[in-house]
Ligand binder design. Structure first.
Ligand code: IPM
Ligand code: MN
Length: 362
């Protein structure tokens, strides 16, 4: 198949980890006989420095016409002056909104080899396999913002339609997993959460009788996620709760450097990025964990290109690399850590092994 992929390296470790993912995608194209075109564009701080805008017109245009977008990370201390009127993060938020990517999928399935790095007792982690579905284009992230010298406000707003479509997406995903949906809100305090709970209950009851829905308050959820993570299948929640809970959930997997994400709308086009940030403290040193970006590329293959075998092949290659002890600094507790390059090579080596029969036939 032929596909055009826009690559937005962004800031900090973004360029290092997206380079690793592109290398893996090139190997997949070669091994399976596909033709992927890669087109690099600026976003975030790098775009502010170059042309003064965190989401240049030409970047947005390229994303709109691509089959999929692979993003690294945005942000860094250089652009985080509280008084600044233009910020790298605005580029990412505007892109998510412009492309209508309201559903952010964040799978969490710890690999045994990474459990040594997790700050949670190993017996709680065996068998954890959950998927957080975060609403991505509404809520407090996108409401009116006001600022006077004396006060500030951020409006949190959700419409019935916005809640319906994200809950539907979560139910569809739960249906092909273990059939269990946990909707997370703060309905004891927030009006938006009361609407969320009402709509979630109705959608699940009327349209997905095969999905079992339960509701959790977000504060309790933060606790349950660590105390009994195995019990969760699909978790659906609003934008900011999802942001916070997935950083927490990354500790179940051992490192923030392992979690990928897919941001989807109604069509096939999607944006794929690690859930981690730009990690300015380690940027440029060649030691960042490339696995979250590589696993995001696997989600791109699955969701935007419908290449399921290829996606599984990449996921298996990462699992095998982990299994073989290819651990970067965030994961290595007892062995010397691998560089970004070495970890990427470990994945490529596994990929080649898996694809050998077809590569040879080619
Ligand atoms: C994420 C990030 C972003 C968010 C930032 C960079 C705007 O934390 O993707 O989780 O808050 O959505
Ligand atoms: Mn986040």
């Amino acid at each position: 198949m032929h596909a055009e992929i826009v690559v937005l390296p962004g800031d900090g470790i973004g360029p290092e980890v997206t380079a690793a993912a592109v290398e893996v995608l090139r190997a997949v194209a070669k091994g399976f006989g596909h033709c992927f075109g890669f087109h690099e564009h600026r976003i975030g701080g790098a775009a502010i420095d170059a042309i003064g805008s965190p989401l240049p017109e030409e970047t947005l245009l390229a994303c709109r016409t691509a089959d999929a977008v692979l993003l690294g990370a945005v942000g860094g201390p250089r652009w985080s002056d509280p008084g600044a009127s233009v910020r790298p993060e605005q580029g990412l938020l505007a892109l998510r909104q412009a492309l209508g990517l309201y559903a952010n999928l964040r799978p969490v399935a710890p690999h045994p080899a990474a459990l040594g790095a997790a700050p949670i007792k190993p017996h709680l982690l065996a068998g954890v396999d959950l998927l957080v579905v975060r609403e991505l284009t509404g809520g407090i992230y996108f409401g009116d913002k006001q600022r006077t010298p004396n006060d500030a406000s951020d409006l949190c707003r959700y419409s019935v339609g916005e809640v319906e479509r994200i809950v539907r997406r979560a139910c569809q995903l739960a249906r092909v997993r273990r059939g269990k949906l946990t909707s997370v809100d703060k309905a004891n305090v927030l009006e938006t959460s009361r609407l969320w709970r009402e709509v979630a209950t109705r959608v699940a009851r009327d349209e997905f009788p095969d999905v079992q829905i339960e509701h959790q308050l977000v504060d309790a959820m933060a606790m349950h996620l660590l105390a009994r993570p195995r019990e969760y299948d699909v978790i659906v929640t609003e934008n900011m709760f999802g942001d916070i809970l997935t950083d927490e959930a990354s500790m179940l997997a051992g490192s923030l450097g392992l979690l990928p994400s897919a941001s989807l709308g109604d069509g096939r086009r999607g944006l794929y990025e690690p859930i981690h940030g730009s990690a300015p403290d380690i940027a440029g040193r060649g030691i960042a964990n490339p696995y979250a970006s590589i696993l995001s590329a696997a989600l791109l293959l699955r969701h935007s290109l419908d290449l399921r075998d290829e996606a599984e092949c990449v996921e298996r290659a990462v699992a095998e690399a982990l299994h073989a002890g290819a651990l970067t600094a965030d994961l290595a507790t007892t062995t010397p850590p691998l560089s970004t390059r070495a970890a990427t090579r470990a994945v490529l080596a596994q990929l080649c092994e898996e694809r050998q029969p077809i590569v040879m036939r080619d």
